[in-house]
Design a protein around this ligand. Structure first.
Ligand SMILES: *Cc1c(COP(=O)(O)O)cnc(C)c1O
Length: 214
C-alpha cells in the first residue's frame, strides 16, 4: 500500500531531483497510485517482475529504470523496454547490451563504494579503464555513476562513501573528457545525506509503502 503522505512529503523534499521509486515491494496497482501522485520514474530489480509490471502499465507514461543486478542471459528480454540501467558493472554485460539494444541506452556505472564483497559494482579504481573501453560501444550512453552506501547508522561513514562517487565523477569529467551530470545515490535510510552530497537520482522504496511515514 502506498503511503500517500510520505510520497507527498518526499516530493516536497526532493523538488529538483528525480525520485526513482523502487517498486520491488509492490504490484502494478500501487505503481498506478504512485503515478497519480506524480512519481513517474519507476525502478525494478528483477526481470520477470519488471516485464509483468511493464505490460500491466503500458497505458501510463512512465520512465523505467532497471536498478538491480542484470544477468547477461536476461538482457534480451528487457533491454529495449527500459529507459535507464543503474547497474552497468562488467564488460560481458556491455557486450550483451551492444548486441540487443536498438538505440543508445542511458546507463549508470555501478560502483562498489562501500567496498563490501556482498555488493555488485566496480571498484573505484576500475572505473577509469572501464570508461575507456566503453567508448567503442555505440549502444551504451554513460549518464553517470550509481552507488550504494553501507547499511549503517554512522552518518559520517555514509557521507564518506557517497563522496567517493562525487569525486570519481569530477575526476572522470576532468581527465576522461566526460560530461557526467547525474549521480544515482540514496535510498530510504540515507537519501537525505545523499542529497546533501549532490545526488540527482534517489532510488527510494520502503518509505513510500511504510505505514508510519517518513
Ligand atoms: C530496493 C532498492 C532500493 C530502495 O531501497 P529502500 O531501502 O527500500 O528505499 C534502491 N536501490 C536498489 C538497487 C534497490 O534494490
Amino acid at each position: 500500500m502506498v503511503n500517500k503522505e510520505s510520497v507527498i512529503q518526499l516530493l516536497e523534499e526532493t523538488k529538483d531531483l528525480t525520485i526513482v521509486a523502487a517498486t520491488k515491494y509492490v504490484e502494478a496497482d500501487d505503481i498506478r497510485v504512485l503515478a497519480s501522485l506524480g512519481i513517474s520514474h519507476i525502478g525494478e530489480n528483477r526481470v520477470d517482475a519488471f516485464l509483468s509490471k511493464f505490460e500491466a502499465l503500458a497505458d501510463l507514461d512512465l520512465t523505467w529504470h532497471f536498478i538491480g543486478h542484470l544477468q547477461s542471459k536476461k538482457v534480451k528480454k528487457v533491454i529495449n523496454k527500459i529507459d535507464y540501467l543503474h547497474s552497468l558493472d562488467r564488460e560481458s554485460l556491455v557486450l550483451e547490451i551492444q548486441k540487443h539494444r536498438e538505440t543508445p541506452l542511458n546507463c549508470f556505472i555501478e560502483v562498489n563504494i562501500s567496498d563490501e564483497d556482498s555488493k555488485y559494482g566496480l571498484n573505484v579504481s576500475e572505473v577509469y579503464s572501464f570508461c575507456e573501453k566503453l567508448k567503442t560501444y555505440d549502444k551504451i550512453h554513460i549518464v553517470s555513476l550509481m552507488g550504494m552506501a553501507k547499511l549503517t547508522e554512522d552518518k559520517q561513514e555514509i557521507k564518506k562513501e557517497f563522496n567517493k562517487l562525487v569525486e570519481l565523477k569530477k575526476t572522470l569529467n576532468k581527465e576522461k573528457g566526460l560530461q557526467l551530470k547525474y549521480l544515482s545515490m540514496g535510498m530510504s535510510n540515507d537519501y537525505k545525506i545523499a542529497i546533501e552530497e549532490g545526488s540527482t537520482h534517489v532510488r527510494i522504496g520502503s518509505i513510500l509503502f511504510r505505514k508510519e511515514g517518513l
